[in-house]
Design a binder for this molecule. Structure first.
Ligand code: ADP
Ligand code: MG
Length: 261
């Protein structure tokens, strides 16, 4: 499946700016290792697509991601990676099972609430960078905050700060067309981070990059992880997945934990 194009408008430019009413209080939620907050908890999640026969794209997923964790999910084409990413990113609903994001049971929320929560809590990075070619790097990042009632001056400041975090301070006025693939993907990462999400989700983020550019992107993930970001990277590439501090394998829709090498 191609990476999420039908969903892009809702992912990249969410028009809901009201904070969700639920989920601000994490105290009652189960805390885990060393008191680290649980960002993602999936319990018995399945996603079945209708057809003859039915497609069991993901089956009985039990997955916990703690705050600050850098997780990779690795598996071959067709194994259910994108389906799982869509579920994690609130782009799709489980057929069966429970999903708690930041302690909020999102399975039963309305589409509008899920959309609000997605805009607030999830940052997306896809294989294709999806940048606006006729806007500057800075504008591409600023525009992601347009509907969030953030004053213009603050949007500019945040955009500059996040571009600095991904090592692109010197490229803010450039057109994306003049950048390397790795730089473009770092702009997309900055755009995803500008809203300060709880979770950064990346689907094959190095899939369009040569190894040098891929390394530059993975170095940025390392840095962001070091700064405390929670991130989940989905990939078919073992070399990419081993950069994470925890690796989970997906095969035929089923997850298995692995010891990271
Ligand atoms: N919307 C859909 N309708 C029917 N089948 C789907 C749909 N999306 C994905 N699938 C099927 O689910 C399985 C997993 O797909 P996907 O999650 O895209 O795998 P991956 O990202 O690992 O390549 C595949 O067999 C795919 O054909
Ligand atoms: Mg995929």
């Amino acid at each position: 499946m191609t990476p999420s194009e039908p969903f892009l408008s809702s992912v990249l430019q969410d028009e809901h700016s009201e904070p969700p009413s639920a989920g601000r209080n994490h105290e009652e939620q189960g805390e885990q290792d060393q008191g680290r907050r649980t960002v993602v908890e999936m319990i018995g999640v399945c996603r079945t697509f209708p057809g003859t026969p039915e497609v069991h794209a993901v089956r009985d997923i039990n997955l916990t991601i703690s705050e600050g964790e850098y997780l990779s999910i690795v598996g071959p084409s067709g194994s259910g990676k994108s389906t799982l990413l869509h579920l994690l990113g609130l782009l799709d609903r489980p057929s069966v099972g429970t999903y708690l994001l930041d302690g909020v049971d999102v399975s039963e929320l309305s589409d509008a609430k899920r959309s609000e929560l997605r805009g607030e809590r999830i940052g997306f990075v896809f294989q294709a960078f999806h940048l606006l070619q006729h806007r500057s790097v800075l504008e591409n990042v600023e525009l992601s905050m347009l509907y969030r009632r953030i004053p213009r001056r603050e949007r500019t400041k945040r955009a500059r700060d996040t571009l600095d975090r991904v090592g692109l301070k010197h490229r803010v006025e450039f057109s994306p067309q003049t950048l390397s693939g790795g730089e473009r993907q770092r702009v997309a990462i900055a755009r995803a981070l500008a809203a300060e999400p709880s979770l950064l989700l990346a689907d094959e983020p190095t899939g369009n990059l040569d190894s040098g550019n891929a390394d530059a992107v993975l170095d940025v993930f390392d840095k962001l992880h070091g700064e405390g970001l929670t991130l989940a990277v989905i990939t078919h590439d073992d070399d990419v997945s081993t950069r994470a501090d925890r690796r989970v394998r997906i095969a035929d829709g089923t997850l298995t934990d692995e010891v990271a090498s």
